[in-house]
Design a protein around this ligand. Structure first.
Ligand SMILES: [Zn+2]
Length: 287
């Protein structure tokens, strides 16, 4: 809690859509209100991290981004939508607690959120997901495309384009090993959770062996984690986890959300997914 005195009264209050009545929502300036939709599935994250790792991170980074935006651009309203525990992770569904939806369902859900708000005249929607599986992004990106084509609404998903660029490796603190191989519940995410929720990280992480697989390779498409020999449900080196790196990773995500939101509001074209991801997305059947 900050003890600093602040002159603004309402600016620091986090607005959650579920707390408002329709009259209050109706009073929000359509041209100056940005909605944030955190969305990520419940999914195995090794034997040491909670299945809500992506969901909690998407929700917390969105919340932190709103708090910064309230200071940076206090003339806008920011509304947080309830987090959707939704995503495609069929490759991990043989682990207890993993819940997977198909891409088509994800598209319908995201489109429904956007089209409902757009029908009410709202214009800005930021999708915050921490789950980067291609069939999951296919659902989200197809929904955003449809929203943009049917309504006067600007929408973007900021993390995918950043995650699939080389920006993390360029910007991160130098560690002496390749963190791009930390694909799932490895060093990056274990660090993140050690920073955010140390009490949810099982101490067994310290003894986990390094496990590497290229999950972006076309050869793994259609295979489950277990078929790939990932019997513990992680890829990378969780034992190296470090809360300081976790803080950096968390704040980096928040900055990406903040900058993308300002760009979208200013009418700039947000960063797009790299071509190889778009090609992979197109080639995928709806599943
Ligand atoms: Zn994750």
């Amino acid at each position: 809690m900050s003890t600093k005195k602040t002159t603004s009264k309402n600016n620091n209050k986090l607005i959650k859509l579920e707390d408002l009545n329709w009259k209050q929502i109706d009073k929000l300036d359509r041209d100056k209100t940005v909605f944030f939709q955190p969305i990520s599935p419940l999914e195995v994250h090794g034997p040491h991290l909670p299945v809500g790792t992506d969901l909690l991170t998407a929700q917390d980074t969105a919340t932190a981004a709103v708090k910064i935006l309230q200071q940076k651009k206090p003339e806008l309203n920011y509304v947080l939508l309830p987090t959707l525990p939704v995503g495609y992770c069929k490759f991990a569904v043989d682990f207890p607690g993993t819940i997977s939806l198909n891409s088509r369902a994800i598209k319908d859900i995201v489109y429904s959120v956007g089209s409902s708000l757009a029908t009410q005249g709202f214009k800005y929607l930021i999708i915050c997901t921490y789950h980067m599986a291609i069939p999951h992004l296919k659902g989200i990106y197809s929904a955003m495309k449809k929203i943009r084509s049917k309504y006067n609404m600007r929408t973007c998903e900021p993390w995918g384009p950043y995650f699939y660029s080389d920006k993390i490796e360029k910007n991160e603190p130098k560690l002496g090993f390749d963190t791009s191989k930390e694909m799932h519940a490895g060093f990056r995410e274990t660090s993140l959770m050690k920073y955010q929720y140390p009490y949810l990280v099982d101490e067994s992480y310290k003894n986990l062996q390094n496990v590497y697989r290229n999950l972006s390779s076309p050869r793994v498409i259609g295979k489950t984690f277990k078929q790939l020999g990932l019997t513990e449900g992680y890829v990378g080196s969780p034992a190296r986890a470090d809360a300081d790196y976790g803080r950096w990773f968390f704040n980096e995500t928040v900055n990406v959300y903040v900058n993308a939101t300002i760009e979208v509001y200013q009418g700039k074209k947000p960063d797009d997914l790299p071509r190889y991801i778009k090609t992979a997305m197109k080639a995928l059947f709806w599943r």
